[in-house]
Design a protein around this ligand. Structure first.
Ligand code: A3P
Length: 320
């Protein structure tokens, strides 16, 4: 299904050469584009962002999940898919639910992959189209903004994102790259160098538009979703224009969906197999906890990250 990679990369060769470079994660180069760090290879590359800006066409009914990696994307993809398709897989049909056999990343694609698609997939024939992306607000394809699509932003405590990112990078790395250390990942992260980072700027961009435009942008945190999953799933359903009916609530449909998308269930389904050549399904399910960073970061690392977060989020009502 994937093609056009060389074509796209060739098209943006000259533009790439003008960007600021730094040493990135896993000893690769990172490129700064429109204020955010990208890698210069693969489907999530800076070239992909440029190509999306030039070619991607949004539909007004589309719904986009936006996250920084390791913020709970997989969980929210599962919830969004389960909510929108709940009437298709209820009662006797529940055992055929895609989430009982597939990785949530199969159920909701990233727009980053659309650039390389040569044949239509199921997403093209469904309304609403559900997509995810890691692209910063300022770099979103203009068509998404102009179409006034709904965006759901999920953010997570930076310390848990950092620890989760560190484990993921080592697990899903190209085996020709050396393992990275937590110290090194911390150094880069605190300088803003992370996939689609700086973390703080990414969060702030979407937080701002969620305040200015709450009908179109829903801002959620992994922590709130963990603490009160049921009420946040109801909120999500309402925002996505598929609110639960009283009858559904009485029948326990909300709890059913929460259960289907739980860490326990999804990690069991995804114990084996690979999402792609380098990425095992199980790498998206490590602990699924709030505050697990305390077992990994030193006091000094924690203090530095708190200071940066306090300064960057000063005056904003973002808490974890
Ligand atoms: P940890 O590494 O802290 O365990 P992403 O999906 O954005 O890549 O984020 C992955 C993180 O979300 C991992 O965090 C993973 O364990 C957690 N996660 C995945 N599925 C989850 C679920 N159903 N419920 C809660 N957390 C989940």
């Amino acid at each position: 299904v994937w093609a056009n990679v060389e074509l796209v990369f060739d098209r943006y060769k000259d533009k790439l050469a003008t960007l600021t470079k730094a040493k990135g994660w896993l000893s690769k180069d990172a490129y700064m584009y429109q204020g955010f760090w990208h890698q210069p290879m693969g489907r999530f590359s800076v070239q992909t962002t440029m190509a999306l800006q030039d070619t991607f066409k949004a539909h007004p009914t589309d719904i986009y999940l936006v996250t920084l990696p390791k913020s709970g994307t997989t969980w929210l993809k599962a919830l969004m898919f389960a909510l929108v398709n709940r009437n298709q897989y209820k009662n006797n049909n529940l055992s055929t639910h895609p989430l009982l056999v597939s990785n949530p990343h199969i159920c909701i694609p990233y727009i980053e992959f659309e650039v390389y698609k040569t044949t239509p997939t199921y997403v093209d024939t469904h309304v609403p189209r559900l997509f995810a992306t890691h692209i910063a607000y300022t770099s979103l394809p203009q068509s998404i903004i102009d179409s006034r699509c709904r965006l759901i932003y999920l953010c997570r405590n930076p310390k848990d994102v950092l620890v989760s990112w560190f484990h993921f990078v080592n697990k899903a790395r190209d085996k020709s790259c050396d393992l990275t250390t937590l110290e090194e990942t911390f150094e880069l992260f605190s300088k803003g160098i992370m996939f689609s980072g700086p973390y703080w700027d990414h969060v702030k961009g979407y937080h701002k538009v969620s305040l200015n435009n709450p009908e179109n942008v829903l801002f959620l945190t992994y922590e709130d979703l963990t603490r009160d999953t049921v009420n946040n799933v109801k909120r999500l359903a309402k925002f996505m224009d598929c609110p639960f009916t009283e009858e559904e609530e009485a029948k326990g449909v909300v709890q059913e969906i929460v259960q289907l998308c739980s860490f326990e269930n999804l990690s069991k389904v995804n114990k084996h197999g690979n999402l792609s050549k380098r990425v095992p399904n199980e790498s998206f399910f490590r602990e699924g906890k709030v505050g697990g960073w305390v077992n990994h970061l030193t006091d000094e690392m924690s203090r530095i990250l708190d200071e940066i977060t306090e300064e960057k989020f000063y005056g904003l009502n973002i808490s974890f």
